[in-house]
Design a protein around this ligand. Sequence first.
Ligand code: DX5
Ligand code: ZN
Length: 219
Amino acid sequence: MKKIKISPSILAADFSQLGQELKRLEDGGADLIHVDVMDGHFVPNLTIGPPVIKALKKNCTIKFDVHLMISPVHKYIDAYAEAGADIITIHPEATEDLSASISKIKSLNKKVGLSLNPETGVDIIRKYLDKIDLILIMSVNPGFGGQKFMPEVLDKIKELKKIQTDQNIDFDIEIDGGINFENSKIAIKAGANILVSGTTIFKSNNGDIKKNIDLLKSL
Ligand code: DX5
Ligand code: ZN
């Protein structure tokens, strides 16, 4: 089994002191920093853009896992790469030419992630599975933190695990949305190796980030 990684979503952090919040994540043992970028169009919420990522990146040694919920995404890939994204994850519905967007991210020497909304099946990305680094399975409808986990998406993780075995290919499987200390175990057992979490990391146990990260990793 792959090492389990935790990618805290800064959407649940205190935005008035984001730099400090990143330091707390670093001290708490975060493996990645999950940055949710929303455009008020692809999803009904607006968050942060490249200048904020660039500023945060300056004082942080952890890799940035940037989840782009923006459409059309293609023309913004350069800006997020330049701002300091290490992994760039896009939704297939947000680009006119998925193949071109994957190539673009790779040409910038960034890791490529593809994200599937709860209602989107694996078929839309099947032919790209040997070209990408990560699949992000949404376990809520994207747009907001603090939503309820949708267990039905776990079947997609099992399907992806089977494809990996059958075709002898490798990519990370990340799950995002409503992750807590109970469903984290189920997600890991289904085959997820990266867990995104905002609310649980920042709000559980009075915001004891180290404890929350350790609890999310434990089986
Ligand atoms: C939802 C985002 C998630 C979410 C995670 O659109 O992609 O990253 O904010 O937050 P929680 O853990 O609170 O569901
Ligand atoms: Zn996300």
